[in-house]
Design a protein around this ligand. Sequence first.
Ligand SMILES: Nc1nc2c(c(=O)[nH]1)N[C@H]1C(S)=C(S)[C@@H](COP(=O)(O)OP(=O)(O)OC[C@H]3O[C@@H](n4cnc5c(=O)[nH]c(N)nc54)[C@H](O)[C@@H]3O)O[C@H]1N2
Ligand SMILES: Nc1nc2c(c(=O)[nH]1)N[C@H]1C(S)=C(S)[C@@H](COP(=O)(O)OP(=O)(O)OC[C@H]3O[C@@H](n4cnc5c(=O)[nH]c(N)nc54)[C@H](O)[C@@H]3O)O[C@H]1N2
Ligand code: SF4
Ligand SMILES: [Mo]
Length: 754
Amino acid sequence: MSRTALRICPLCEATCGLTLTVEGTRVTGARGDRDDVFSKGFICPKGASFGAVDGDPDRLRAPLVRRDGELREATWTEAFDAVAAGLRPVVERHGPHALGVVLGNPNVHTMAGALYPPVLLGALRTHSLFTASTVDQMPKHVSSGLLFGDANAIPVPDLDHTDHLLLLGANPLESNGSLCTAPDFPGKLKALKARGGTLTVVDPRRTRTARLADRHLAIRPGTDALLLAAMARVLFEEDLVALGELTPHVEGLDELAAAVRDFTPEAVAPACDVDAGTIRVLARELAAAPTAAVYGRIGSCTVPYGTLASWLVDVLNILTGNLDRPGGALFPQAATDRTPRPAGPGRGFALGRWHSRVRRHPEAKGELPLSALAEEIDTATEEGEPIRALIVVAANPVLSAPDGDRLDKALGSLDFMVSVDPYLNETSRHADVVLPPPPPSQSPHHDFAFNTLAVRNQVRYTRPAVPLEPGRMAETEILARLTLAATGMHGADPSAVDDLVIGQTLGKAVREEHSPVHGRDPQELAAQLTGDNGPERRLDMMLRLGPYGDGFGARPDGLSLARLLDHPHGIDLGPLRPRLPQPLKTRSGRIELLPGPIADDLPRLREGLRQRPDGLVLVGRRHLRSNNSWMHNVPALTGGTNRCTLHLHPEDAERLGVRDGEPVRVKGAGGEVTAPAEVTDTVRRGVVSLPHGWGHDRPGTRLRHAVLDPGVNVNQLLDGSLLDPLSGNAVLNGVPVEVAPVTEKLMPVTSAKP
Ligand SMILES: Nc1nc2c(c(=O)[nH]1)N[C@H]1C(S)=C(S)[C@@H](COP(=O)(O)OP(=O)(O)OC[C@H]3O[C@@H](n4cnc5c(=O)[nH]c(N)nc54)[C@H](O)[C@@H]3O)O[C@H]1N2
Ligand SMILES: Nc1nc2c(c(=O)[nH]1)N[C@H]1C(S)=C(S)[C@@H](COP(=O)(O)OP(=O)(O)OC[C@H]3O[C@@H](n4cnc5c(=O)[nH]c(N)nc54)[C@H](O)[C@@H]3O)O[C@H]1N2
Ligand code: SF4
Ligand SMILES: [Mo]
């Protein structure tokens, strides 16, 4: 007997609504939910393979605990006993910072990842926090923090209404979009063109997205900040600055004009390898378009000037009056956002409140660079204790962070490590305890993070499509129990964690004058919460306190969990709307166009004007059917063009004596790898490209399909020393490498130090 069930897809940032076919407890099919208020039936090949991802036989079914050096299946009680016994002595003996926490990307795709790590971190008070953000979007958080006073206030391009999109370092036709949640991003780009709008793509590769564009600029990697600074310079020089409605909310315009004066199109052109005339045209087009949005992603973030480029993206949106206006770039308003407080000065954004021990990297948003994780474990200093124990939730830094070999060894040297992960993979194989979450079909879903980045305000919630299998534990409960075990409350009822959060949140809300529940009794409010379990009650609370909420009766037609459950395909909350000045939390209460740390970093960009790298540089690429490091074990999603090959331009291939399909050696500061060459003119001259997330050839994993075609770990080419200084973000693109054919004398080398 088969039935259908709705489930929001957790496999990428697009958050499509799916209709799953379920037979017994197995998902046997997935199609786009045509009634979904947001995705309206869109689905991609990954979503269509939901059943295969969900039912992967290599997913762990029971916890693993290390005994006599070997990981063996154990009961949940044994596993959490081992976690408490492993973590607490480290904290008690060596202090809070000796216990590190690593949070990976899937945390933004699970309810558990949104609801529990903040509680865990609040209780642990460790400075040793590392997340996937510092190999991804930390530069955007820092630039938003500095400009708007809130690291999470990220403007999103209004894809459905803009007349002109300038897209840098993003390939949404393969990635399905990022920091811009939009089901059917490809369709939205086509619609933009169909309504007479224009698309410009800046990317060293002629990607599928670039092929859709009216104009494609194959920029030299790492130089976007120079290009954008020159565009700002042109806007000032040609009197094209038009702040419009933003005028009263902006300060620092004259200082900004002075700061970009040196970056003339002529000055940046040789470094960017984009001609000065084209840069002027780009600026004029941006200014002339009725509405326009500049949008930058991975290729503009994971580079040496990542924060500057991220800042300049918004600077251009501001200078052309496109920030916070329909058709431009706007701040979404999610249903679970905090109750908007009245506009006014805020506390601002601070960087470097503490530093990493070994190389003194400043923290950003409470995090240290993932690039520094290995040294923070393997290097003793006089500053304090190295990290001795690690909690890893949904992260595979051995493949996703620089210098996996060093990290691999460092993880092996820890006193204790616990991984919350469905797979025994390159990272979790070092754990002393592995706590496997159930597959997505058995988990509830709500997009706490991505709704704050969505191109349309909407809210959706799906309960588990399949009941928890016997012996399984919900990931929410796993993380609640882990929080208790790590903080000295092992054995307490996990609902205590939810009750604590509910009590604190309501207690605060009733004291806030702008809150719809101001002056009420928190216990009376808590008693009104509905939902089957702690996470649902927390969702109910957030919805009811939120900007569209029922305010616990204050706005009877507002949102609550009960109301949402009545709308299984979601509730549309309308297009993005202007919100300024409310989201601003700077000390001035205005947009601070030229913040101090940015001004201090501009001399480095000025030095970049002289940059003319003559050697090869490496960039990454994503494949539609892949996702970071963890989908290579699903046969339906591997093979074909989804392969770990080195793309290089025919002229470079010819010069180096490299032939298509033959193995080539790639050498970087961190090591050397060998991969098959794929000669293609989709990369520009001087640039080679390898995808990330590969290198499944380490022993002790259980990835039976992935090991058959393991690929190589591109991040072994990095030594972790190249960072964007303001954000601590790793430089993953525009990295100098040497490439040579594999000669007969040389053995193919995989992931080995040179
Ligand atoms: N060279 C290079 N490196 C890169 C990038 C690049 O472009 N180039 N991209 C970077 C980016 S943008 C990112 S976000 C990072 C990602 O880096 P990571 O977050 O470290 O890596 P992922 O491959 O996303 O895998 C995370 C882990 O989560 C596990 N997992 C999957 N689903 C769940 C779940 O539901 N619950 C739990 N608890 N675990 C789950 C997987 O098994 C895997 O072990 O990689 C970065 N690394
Ligand atoms: N299929 C698939 N989808 C995914 C993922 C995946 O691994 N696979 N990962 C998810 C994650 S975690 C993220 S963060 C998003 C990322 O989403 P996107 O940012 O869209 O990621 P990419 O597809 O890597 O696109 C980055 C582009 O930047 C280009 N580039 C490299 N260096 C430079 C440069 O210096 N300047 C410019 N202008 N361009 C440059 C690259 O050639 C590449 O085409 O994708 C998400 N979606
Ligand atoms: S685009 Fe993303 S969210 Fe939509 S079906 Fe594909 S993987 Fe899932
Ligand atoms: Mo990412």
